[in-house]
Design a protein around this ligand. Structure first.
Ligand SMILES: C[S@@+](CC[C@H](N)C(=O)[O-])C[C@H]1O[C@@H](n2cnc3c(N)ncnc32)[C@H](O)[C@@H]1O
Length: 209
């Protein structure tokens, strides 16, 4: 099993050992002694850690998170990372994201379109890690467009949802096409399917070329 980043631990909740970070609860998850369970069924990054992928995260990194939604995953990230910029283009979930940011001084919600990085490039500092979970068509192109925030060797942790690209195609073919596009900007380090936590999703660890 790969090492967890500092600030992420396996702790017991109701007799069950689960991934956890230290912070205020956000989505009704169980808490104990200031720690909150990180539900891998509701989080692709959680599933990447839970399935033993080597994410390369150490803790304390500056993170650009694309597709933050209501903040389920990015709130955990902000619990163990450094400055965490959370991009989400839908207004409704962003309201909940703002609530999650209230107790997290390092979490910065941005109501922006991840396909247009030029609209937030002036507020986001260079990142150590881009985490992406946009579940929309053109997922690899979004990651490529945001590679500009990383130095060479900077880390991409992405979840690719097959059905967002093509509802009828075989997921393995979709993943192959997306990885091919990703390799324009990134060197692939590890890929793994996220079952049983998320069906037809591929977890990707890559480094900027
Ligand atoms: C699967 S959900 C993300 C769930 C979230 N990452 C979590 O684990 O808590 C995908 C999100 O990406 C957002 N999204 C899709 N395309 C986007 C884009 N181009 N720019 C910003 N957000 C986008 C959607 O509005 C949606 O909230």
């Amino acid at each position: 099993m790969s090492e967890l980043p500092a600030g992420v631990e396996r702790r017991r909740f109701d007799g069950e050992e689960r991934l956890a970070t230290e912070g205020e609860p956000v989505y009704g998850e169980p808490t104990a002694d200031g720690w909150r369970a990180w539900d891998a069924r509701r989080s692709k990054l959680g599933a990447m850690l839970e399935t033993g992928m080597d994410t390369g995260l150490a803790g304390g990194e500056t993170v650009l998170y694309l597709g933050a939604a209501a903040g389920t995953t990015v709130s955990h990230v902000a619990d163990f990372a450094g400055a965490t910029y959370a991009v989400e283009f839908a207004a409704r979930p962003t309201r909940d994201l703002l609530d999650a940011a209230e107790s997290r001084p390092r979490l910065f919600p941005l109501l922006k379109d991840a396909r247009k990085p030029e609209t937030y490039a002036h507020v986001v500092e260079p990142a150590d890690v881009v985490v992406q979970d946009v579940a929309t068509r053109g997922q690899a192109r979004v990651a490529n467009a945001n590679a500009r925030f990383l130095d060479t060797g900077g880390l991409l942790l992405a979840a690719i949802k097959a059905r967002s690209e093509d509802v009828v195609a075989d997921p393995s073919e979709v993943f192959e096409r997306e990885l091919d596009t990703l390799s324009e900007s990134y060197e692939l380090v590890e890929t793994a399917r996220l079952e049983p936590f998320h069906e037809d999703h591929l977890g990707v660890v890559a480094r900027k070329r």
